[in-house]
Design a protein around this ligand. Structure first.
Ligand code: IPE
Ligand code: IPE
Ligand code: MG
Length: 238
């Protein structure tokens, strides 16, 4: 059986290496983040041709608050600017945008822009772009457990009826399929708290390119390699 034609339906990307990219140029880390934000556009645009229906990108983790106040504030400004500048183009390109992560700790002015973009693109039927912002896999599972426990306490859910189909309905990603392929740029081979539950059977690609240097051509190459993989899901191939 040939797997050459299969392509990932849902690709998730850990966009890493912006800081090092800037450092190599003797520039502040935010310069790298700005360059990184520009790459997102091309990667989103490449999805329809590659057969990628869902793209999820890791923009800011629950651990990234540990960075300097300058970097965190710069990133928050960048997210706001990105939404303001790209909203129209995303809408016109039929992209449906969603955000995952805990919004409670984000500035109200940013949350307002996020809600607005979700609402504006809610009717779009093209690429499903999900942006993980203040996202952490453990935090997401914890928040899900809290809501599930609440439903049990309210008598809305019978604990004996909880299966591994029930639980994901409480995750931020409840409307998304699981990722088939997770890509991390910058050479680090770790998942840094990204989509812990959802990636149970994802294929991983760790590539050396720093995120601001990641091109559509390389994206297409990585997608092509996915087609050569044999996914067994615990079974034995005949
Ligand atoms: C990824 O790039 C972007 C964010 C985490 C916001 P980094 O900022 O982690 O870049 P490096 O890993 O320091 O090079
Ligand atoms: C993961 O990258 C988070 C994002 C890409 C947004 P980090 O650079 O924060 O992860 P670590 O610190 O190298 O694990
Ligand atoms: Mg990093």
């Amino acid at each position: 059986m040939s797997h050459a034609k299969s392509h990932p339906h849902h690709v998730a990307i850990i966009m890493d290496g912006n800081g090092r990219w800037a450092q190599m140029r003797g520039r502040p880390r935010l310069f790298g983040h700005t360059a990184g934000a520009r790459r997102v556009k091309d990667i989103v645009r490449a999805c329809p041709d590659l057969g990628v229906k869902y793209l999820t990108i890791f923009a800011f983790s629950t651990e990234n608050w540990k960075r300097t106040q300058t970097e965190v504030a710069g990133l928050m400004r960048l997210f706001k600017r990105y939404i303001r500048r790209e909203a129209k183009a995303l809408f016109e390109e039929n992209v449906r945008v969603r955000f995952i992560g805990d919004r409670v700790r984000l500035e109200p002015s940013l949350v307002e822009l996020m809600d607005g973009l979700e609402l504006m693109t809610a009717g779009n039927t093209g690429t499903n772009l999900t942006i993980a912002l203040n996202y952490g896999g453990r935090d997401e599972v914890t928040r899900a457990a809290r809501r599930l426990a609440h439903d049990v306490a309210m008598g809305k859910l019978d604990p004996r009826a909880i299966t591994d189909d029930t639980f994901p309905r409480y995750l931020d990603t409840y409307v998304l399929p699981d990722p088939d392929l997770v890509i991390r740029t910058s050479g680090e081979a770790r998942i840094s708290n990204f989509l812990l539950w959802q990636s149970a059977y994802a294929e991983y690609e760790f590539i050396d390119t720093l995120w601001p240097d990641f091109t559509e051509a390389e994206f297409a190459k990585v997608i092509g390699r996915f087609g050569q993989r044999e996914r067994r899901f615990g079974a034995v191939t005949a």
